[in-house]
Design a protein around this ligand. Sequence first.
Ligand SMILES: [Mg+2]
Ligand SMILES: [Zn+2]
Length: 229
Amino acid sequence: MSTRLQREIVARNPRRKSAVPATAGVPGVFLDRDGTLNEEVGYMNHLTRLQVYPWSGEAVRKLNDAGLPVVAVTNQSGIARGYFTEELLHQVHEEITRQLAAQGARIDAFYYCPHHPEGPLPAYRLACRCRKPATGMVEEGARRFHLDLARSYLVGDSFRDMQLGFNAGLRTILVMTGYGRGELEYHARQWPRKPERVAENLLEAATLILEDLQARSPLVGATSAEPNL
Ligand SMILES: [Mg+2]
Ligand SMILES: [Zn+2]
């Protein structure tokens, strides 16, 4: 890890006390947005439709306190379809950031895919490498935060999220919010591969992640994560 990047991460994680040598990749957490951090409302085409789950602040703060970079990865083909603009998307992310900050929580980066291979807007009509379950956004986050993907997590409410996790070699957690419960109840039997864990919501997922990290590698995050367990 370069000194500059290291400084950047330390600056973004002021409470970080990593036991991982600077040369090794660190574990991180990738979060789906709609149905995982906030209510799934279909296309989020107005800021007034945003409802961050009441437990998301505590969940993200737990991950922050453990020194885990938290990266949101979201498909937003509504942009390619002309339903809303990137400008609105940025407003939504700013509002999520503001609401989480009020609870002492921080998402280190938001990545979104605005594309769709058959969208009506030529600027976004693209068979891209970022639309989940393709791994472009995860790779970008891994580079930026120097993540060890095999020790990192993907939390999401759809099978597509789980497929992204499988494709990128992440540990997968399906949450029961958003599409999650329906996905599990009506579709999971046909899935060729199942998520590693199922959690009621993002807060339970965060707890599972911290427990899992402790169990697999007691040094990692032990100092800062312990009080939350
Ligand atoms: Mg979702
Ligand atoms: Zn894309």
